[in-house]
Design a protein around this ligand. Sequence first.
Ligand code: FMN
Length: 82
Amino acid sequence: MFMKKAIVYYSYSNHTKRIVDMIKQKIDADVFEIKPKEPYSTDYDEVVDLGQEEVNRNYLREIEDININLNNYDTVILATPV
Ligand SMILES: Cc1cc2nc3c(=O)[nH]c(=O)nc-3n(C[C@H](O)[C@H](O)[C@H](O)COP(=O)(O)O)c2cc1C
């Protein structure tokens, strides 16, 4: 059976998205974006502080459902910022 590639990514300020767009020009892949249910603030310093706090207390922010059937893909590329 013909299997496809998927790129699943999260990007806060679109750097990762730009890389995903470059990958997409090289390979045929379906792209899925991870979106937090409650978006992060647009204030960078605020997000850095909050991110640190979320890591410290092992908090996993809820994300929107991603409509992906992994059985349809033989390769999944996961792209995230550091
Ligand atoms: C909450 C948070 C924490 C970050 N921590 C680091 C870090 O520890 N080291 C680092 O080099 N960059 C850090 N950054 C910078 C991001 O890696 C950088 O902005 C990246 O380009 C974001 O990718 P994006 O545009 O796809 O969201 C942090 C950014 C955020 C928002």
